[in-house]
Design a binder for this molecule. Structure first.
Ligand SMILES: [Zn+2]
Ligand SMILES: [Zn+2]
Length: 155
């Protein structure tokens, strides 16, 4: 499996360069992955000096004798709270065949999230799901939000 995807039992989340993520600095929207080049401490789990969270280049600091560290670890303070997984990653785990066993093990395989979402989008776009097929899931969700807002706040 290598380091493309692993599991961090300290922070209870997926790690590795195969996992797209947002920077763990609060409010930072920068898109990174949970690979070694972004980990605080420079090693998986960040030990011994880092917290093992993942940061963009702007939020990692490298000293002469220290591994790359986030600002909290530079100052030896409590670590930040980890940011949530990206929608992109959650969607991948919920739908990709390579995560089928994981979904089964976690009782998620039978839960038709995907179908619930498709039904909701079909109602909002007033079709049988054609909008999603034509424009893709991401655009369909974005446009659905605009449709709902337009109806909620008429001009
Ligand atoms: Zn840190
Ligand atoms: Zn950042």
């Amino acid at each position: 499996m290598g380091w493309s995807i692993g599991f961090d039992t300290d922070w209870d989340r997926d790690i590795g360069y195969g996992v797209p993520a947002h920077c763990d600095h609060p409010g930072c929207p920068e898109e990174i992955n949970r690979g070694l080049s972004f980990v605080c401490g420079g090693e998986p789990y960040g030990q011994p000096r880092g917290c093992g969270l993942y940061f963009c280049a702007k939020h990692l600091f490298t000293g002469a004798r220290l591994p790359q560290l986030c600002i909290r670890c530079v100052r030896r303070k409590h670590s930040f709270k980890p940011t949530a997984d990206t929608l992109e990653w959650m969607y991948f785990k919920m739908t990709d065949p390579s995560w089928k066993q994981w979904r089964k093990d976690n009782g998620l395989e039978e839960v038709p999230y995907y179908h619930h979402l498709m039904n909701l989008l079909a109602v909002i776009h007033r079709d049988g799901g054609h909008y999603v097929e034509e424009h893709g899931l991401e655009k369909a969700v974005e446009d659905a939000i605009n449709v709902v807002y337009a109806e909620r706040f008429p001009k």
